[in-house]
Design a protein around this ligand. Structure first.
Ligand SMILES: C[S@@+](CC[C@H](N)C(=O)[O-])C[C@H]1O[C@@H](n2cnc3c(N)ncnc32)[C@H](O)[C@@H]1O
Length: 245
């Protein structure tokens, strides 16, 4: 029997925001509550999926929770997890079930959703896909700290953990604002680099933004071990030449 394309479910890539359940969009809420299957990424070293914990009070009884437990230190192992997760998602789509894949913040910024999106597009190109943007931690951190990311004519860069003194020096010479994400494993080195570049006084650390564990630290030299968290970032004001105020 050939598959009738009208019976294929829809994959939703849903951004659930940085932590406060009230930062979910109405569109995200609707998609989450209507989907029979909720798929969540879950780092193996964490007890619960952060994205799922954000929406737990909005879930309906009888929704299937499909977990994709991925290793954080093994790229090949993680690739295998995303292949399997894409396969499991496609199985549900092919029987007509919609699947909402939850992602903290926004699904198109440093998100595991990208891997599942690619996997589903490859395995089932006919599956309809809808991506619902979420409030990114970058935007929420700017709001909580009161540090504007960019004003007229200014430039903004968002960098992942893989940077060093040279990268940081180049980025802060070229951009008015540099957001450093996934900063916690390298925080000691990063703080030393910021000090060397004379940028300590222009940096703000934001942890667990929008949650009851939120902390905004403007004097980054005072960051202590207990302030460190995977869910943290730095907003660094650069010194670019030739940028417009
Ligand atoms: C895999 S990325 C996910 C980014 C996410 N898609 C977004 O749009 O915010 C994880 C990184 O995002 C940042 N992050 C996510 N949630 C955060 C929060 N509530 N507070 C501060 N930083 C957060 C941290 O830098 C963390 O290491």
């Amino acid at each position: 029997m050939t598959q009738d394309s009208t019976t294929i479910g829809r994959l939703y890539g849903v951004g659930v925001g940085p932590g406060d359940p009230e930062l979910l969009t109405l569109k995200a809420l609707k998609a989450i509550q209507a989907a029979p299957v909720i798929c969540v990424p879950q780092a193996v070293n964490r007890r619960e999926s952060y994205a799922l914990s954000i929406v737990k009070d909005y879930l309906k009884p009888k929704q299937e929770i499909l977990r994709a437990p991925f290793p954080t230190d093994d790229a090949e192992g993680a690739a295998q997890v995303w292949r399997e997760a894409s396969g499991s998602v496609v199985e549900r789509l092919r029987i007509g079930q919609d699947v909402a894949f939850l992602t903290e913040g926004d699904p198109m910024l440093f998100s595991t959703f990208s891997y599942v999106l690619a996997g589903v597009q490859e395995l089932c190109p006919e599956a309809p896909i809808e991506i619902i943007p979420g409030v990114s931690s970058v935007m929420a951190a700017a709001a909580s700290s009161g540090v504007p990311l960019a004003t007229h004519g200014q430039r903004l860069a968002i960098l992942p953990a893989a940077y060093g003194l040279d990268d940081l020096s180049k980025a802060t010479s070229n951009f008015d604002t540099v957001v450093l994400m996934k900063v916690s494993p390298n925080i000691v080195k990063t703080l030393a680099d910021l000090e060397e570049l004379g940028l300590t006084g222009q940096s703000t650390y934001v942890r667990r933004v929008s949650t009851d564990r939120e902390k905004v630290i403007k004097d980054v030299t005072s960051i202590k071990d207990e302030d460190l968290d995977y869910f943290s970032l730095l907003i660094v004001k650069g010194n670019p030449t030739g940028s417009k105020e």
